[in-house]
Design a protein around this ligand. Sequence first.
Ligand code: NAP
Ligand code: MG
Length: 484
Amino acid sequence: MDIRPLGLDPSHCLIGAEWIAPKSGQTLPLINPSDGTALCDIAAGDAEDINAAVASARAAFEGPWGRATAVERGRVLARIGQLVLEHKDELARLEALDVGKPYKQAMADVVALARYMEFYAGAADKLHGQTIPYLDGYTVYTLREPHGVTGHIIPWNYPMQIIGRSVGAALAVGNACVLKPAEEACLTALAFGELARRAGLPAGALNVVPGAGAQAGAALSAHEDVDHLSFTGSVGVGKLIQTSAAENIVPVTLELGGKSPQVVFEDADFDAALPFLVNAGIQNAGQTCSASSRILVHESRFDELLNAMSGRYTSLKAGPALDDLDVGPLVSQRQKQIVEGFIAKGGDLELAASGEIVGDAPEGGAYVAPRLFACHEPDHTLAQDEVFGPVQVVIPFRDEDHAVAIANGTRYGLVASCWTRDGARQMRLARKLRAGQVFLNNYGAGGGVELPFGGTGLSGHGREKGFEALYGFTSLKTVAAYHG
Ligand code: NAP
Ligand code: MG
């Protein structure tokens, strides 16, 4: 297949106003995980290309983009959002082919990307400083200023949503960005760069350099002229990024993994909960940082919930992304091997139910049938480690304290939910659950562009999404004027 996102040559990088080949001339193959065939070659950017991209971002920041007013920044973001919607079918198709996500889920990501642009377009001119009462004869105020050049290193699982929340917010407040998408899925990042150019974003305000993490990613995170790093990805690479940030003393936002629990009490509305419990585990084949991979349920209703979830699991179908079934392939054969390794470790647990890989799924595709396990050991690997595949465990608890202890009993803390009709218990759990987001009688709130998001513990630190992100992408300056 020869893929040309929006007519572009995918083996090029966006640097300044131009799409150019990487200096080394090297490329990497991009694979379609639905059948294992090559989609196209992408640029294998390295330190030289990153240097050029950072220089271009610096020039934009010190030039027209740095001088753009908040209203102008908002308008250009709004135009990008419009173009995203005008090209929504192409973007969804590219993402489905590249990531392997079912078309409808890819389309939801396109709509979320447009929403991020709309949200940050509207927010651009609403961020302001404060005046602070001080000594007699002084006027003191604060200014919220962009950091300058921001580096964005993103994973392959939700490229469009993560571009929306990190690049969108960074641009809204006037930073100039260098984006390093994942080598396994970068087509929509390239398309986004082109749409931003067509929308009139000044040259250099957004640069896109695909390439391997160890080359392009490492060069970006270590670059001395980058003023802020936003990283979404694994804990292991997150540590490297934080170390690089420490070397240059720059702020860093880390959005890492999770082992997010949903806690189902005995009085919960099971019918309302059921779709959320399952979907949060199998969406994007479980390759979601905020996937809910642990379902905790009161022991009095353990069998009932396990049966109900099993009923759903046995009807789940995995197949090619463009067939738009419940689950697509995993992003790569490598990811499939990792997930199968975890499933093998569940050999000592009771396998409650499995989904099915459709008969005509291509041999070369990275398919894994969804698995649901009953788990009576909260310390089991499948109840502690992030699988990043369509695997959930159901764990019984005795009482509220026990539930909280299990829910908080991993090193992660990204998202949690609580299902109960008891209002006082909802309030207690909202406080006690260790997570950056807690949902009461729902999960995920439909993506929640407006809702601040981020982790504690191994899930990372800093917040993206919502208005809160704008604080992270700015630096506060205090001005104290003495006028007597
Ligand atoms: P990853 O291996 O950490 O990769 C993330 C990004 O970092 C990719 O662009 C990657 O490039 C790059 N990278 C790799 N090595 C690097 C290095 N030495 N220096 C700088 N950059 C480097 O993560 P992944 O496997 O793609 O994604 C899965 C993980 O991301 C999961 O743990 C998941 O929970 C987490 N995640 C978290 C969130 C969140 O918001 N909290 C969202 C999505 C995913 P390559 O593409 O070349 O490897
Ligand atoms: Mg791919």
